[in-house]
Design a binder for this molecule. Sequence first.
Ligand code: NAP
Length: 384
Amino acid sequence: MKRVAVIGSTGSIGVNTLDVIARQPDRLKLVGLAARSRIEILGKQWTQTDAPYLAVLDTDKAAQLQAQIRPHEVWGGTEGLVRLATHPDVDLVVVAALGSEVLVPLVRAIQAGKAVALASKELLVMAGGLIMRLVREHGTRLVPIDSEHAALFQCLHGVPPEQVSRLTVTGSGGSLWQLSAEAMGSVTREQVLAHPKWSMGPKITVDSATLMNKGLEMIEARWLFNVPLDRINVVIHPEAVVHAIVELVDGTLLSQMSLCDMRLPIQYALSFPDRWPLELPRLDLTRLSALRFFDPDLERFPCLRMAKEAATRGESACIALNGANDVAVQAYLDNQIPFAEIPRIIADTLERHEIVAHPTLDEILASDAWARRTARECVQCLTQ
Ligand SMILES: NC(=O)c1ccc[n+]([C@@H]2O[C@H](COP(=O)([O-])OP(=O)(O)OC[C@H]3O[C@@H](n4cnc5c(N)ncnc54)[C@H](OP(=O)(O)O)[C@@H]3O)[C@@H](O)[C@H]2O)c1
C-alpha cells in the first residue's frame, strides 16, 4: 500500500489524482491534502476522503479551516506544506500545485527520501538542475505526470542513453494554432480558454494557447531525461493521440498513444514500476482518420521561441522566463492586460535579466522573486 499526499489537491490534476486513488483502494491510501487557499473545496475533500493531514499555504485560510474542523489540525504556510511533504506517514508526494512557493516543499520531500510524482513543470523549469541532482543524491524517484513526459518516460524505460538520438514533445497546438497573426491580435478570452483536447486549469490553458507550455516542456524534458536541448524538439499534432516520440540511433521511433485523459499518466506515476488496470475509454485506431504533424510557427508563437532562447542562455534565464510568464498570464486572467502583451512582458523581463551561473536554492528563489517583481512593473506600466 502506497501512502500518498497530494499538494494541489483542489486543482485539475489534484482532483484527477483523488479519482485515481479512489479507484485503487487496495494499492493506494490518501493520507494528505494541500492547497493554496480554496478551503471550501479542500474541506469537502477532507470530509469525503478522511485524509488525516491537511495543509494550506495561505495562513489566514489555514486558520479559518482549522476553526471549522477543530480539533483536527490544519498546517499553514510553506512550513505546513513542508510538514506534509516530509511526514513519516507519507511514501509518495504528488506535486500538482502552481507557484514557486511549492519548490521548497518539493526539495524537502526529496531530501526526506519521498518518492515524487510531479505535475508542476514550472518547478523543473526553475530548478531542474538542483531537483534532479537531489533525486540522485537521495536515491529517490521522481516520475513525471505531464502527459508528454509520462510518454517519454515510458518509451525510454530500459533504453540505454547512448541509443537515444532525439526526443519529440508533441502538442495539440492549443486553442489558437490555426489563427493568423492578425486574428491572434484580437482573440477573445473564450477563444483562448477553449482548449481543443484537454480540460485543464486556466494557467496551463493560456500557456497552451501561447505555446509557452511546449517551451516549458522542452526544458522539463531536458532535466528529466538528461538530454541536451538541441536533441529535443516540439511538433504540433492536432489529434493529440501520440503524446511524445523517442527516436533511437538507428532511426526507430518509439511512441506512446492514448486518448487524452490525465488519469492515465497520473495512475502510471503512482503505480510505477508496476502498471495497473484502469477502466477508461480506450483508443480505437480504426476510428482515426489521420495523424498529422507540423512544425510550430515561431513567428506567431514568440513564447516558444523565447523559451528555447532562455534555455540556451542558462538556468537563471529559465527562472526569469517562468516567473515573468506566471505574472503575465495571471495579469491576463485578471483582465489587466490583453493576450498580445503576454510575450512582451516576458521579453522585457528577459532583456533585463543578468545570468547567475549554477544557482543555489537561495539564488533560484531570489531570481524568481526578481523576475516576478520586474514583470509586475511591466504590467503596471501597461495598466497606468
Ligand atoms: N491540468 C492538467 O491537465 C495538467 C497537465 C499537465 C501538467 N499540469 C501541471 O500541473 C500543475 C497544476 O495544474 P492544474 O491545471 O491542476 O492547475 P489548477 O487547476 O489551477 O490547480 C492548481 C492547484 O495548485 C494549488 N496552488 C496554486 N498555487 C499554489 C501555491 N503557491 N502553493 C500551494 N498550492 C498552490 C491550487 O490551490 P487553490 O485551489 O487553493 O488555489 C490548486 O490546488 C501545473 O504546473 C500544470 O502545468 C497540469
